[in-house]
Write a protein that binds this ligand. Structure first.
Ligand code: G
Ligand code: G
Ligand code: MN
Ligand code: NA
Length: 254
């Protein structure tokens, strides 16, 4: 069958799982995770989100799929809240443009939070720059409505888009996420080093926290730390883990 047919069936029969990539503070404390969607199809095996997310966006399947992701993430936050060793974990969830622009997105998220019992302050929604350029006022209104309930926002893949600084300061963000494309060659490419330094300084100026993704070596982490970036995500610490393995990872770090 075509990938679209299989994806439609996968959404109906919930063939998905969330994996959790740890987010780490300087000093090693696990702050939480980014939830990353995994699809294992009976015949295809593991299908990369890089292949099925764009298709889900084109077909509109991202709406039910995105709702499943939010429900699963919030249910998980509520479960962690009841466990002393896991109670303070936060979860970052990727949100697609099409999902974010649903007319009832605010109600949807608040409803999922209320039904799950998750604390809104533990949920962070990752938005990308490209989705913020159209209809800025509507974007800001949606963000403010959720922020009023404690939901946080992180700007994913930061530096790869083209958002103007004047409107970046108007967005009610909590965090900037430095794209792994700038982290990879940080130590050998002076341009990447300069951009990373600039992004970290910009976050500080705007009063935002900053997290670097794709951190693979201690030298990268140390450089980022020397510039004031104190949160990290990447293979130096861990790849995305199935739930049980993520919970073990957190417990062994505490
Ligand atoms: O780790 P990984 O190969 O899983 O991620 C590939 C891409 O898929 C990334 O760009 C990531 O943002 C995206 N992605 C992973 N999970 C989700 C999800 O739940 N929703 C959306 N919209 N994108 C996701
Ligand atoms: O686009 P987004 O940033 O949401 O997705 C993160 C992507 O980066 C996922 O595909 C994830 O598996 C991948 N990733 C996370 N950490 C690392 C890393 O240290 N190195 C590399 N090469 N990829 C990473
Ligand atoms: Mn992301
Ligand atoms: Na990213």
């Amino acid at each position: 069958a075509a990938l679209e047919t299989d994806l439609r069936e996968a959404v109906q029969t919930e063939q998905f799982e969330l994996h959790y990539q740890p987010q780490i503070a300087a000093g090693g404390r696990v702050l939480g995770a980014e939830a990353l969607l995994r699809w294992t199809h009976g015949r295809r095996g593991a299908v990369s989100p890089a292949d099925f997310i764009p298709l889900a966006e084109d077909t509109g399947l991202i709406l039910p799929l995105g709702t499943w992701v939010l429900e699963t993430a919030c249910a998980q936050l509520a479960l962690w809240a009841g466990q002393p060793e896991l109670t303070d974990l936060a979860l970052s969830v990727n949100v697609s443009a099409r999902q974010f622009r649903q007319v009832d997105f605010v109600e949807l998220v608040l409803d999922i939070l209320a039904r799950s019992g998750a604390r809104p302050g533990r949920l962070k929604l990752e938005l990308t720059e490209s989705m913020l350029v159209a209809d800025v006022e509507a974007v800001i209104a949606t963000m403010n409505a959720l922020k009023a309930h404690g939901v946080g926002f992180s700007l994913d893949d930061f530096g790869t888009g083209y958002s103007s600084l004047s409107y970046l300061k108007r967005l009610p963000l909590e965090q900037l996420k430095i794209d792994q494309g700038f982290v990879r060659d940080l130590l050998t490419d002076p341009n990447d080093a300069a951009i990373a330094k600039m992004l970290i300084a910009l976050a500080a100026t705007l009063g935002l926290t900053v997290i670097a993704e794709g951190v693979e070596t201690e030298a990268q982490r140390d450089f980022l730390a020397s510039q004031g970036c104190l949160c990290y995500q990447g293979y130096l610490f861990s790849r995305a883990l199935a739930l049980c393995r993520f919970e073990e990872f957190v417990k062994t770090q505490r």
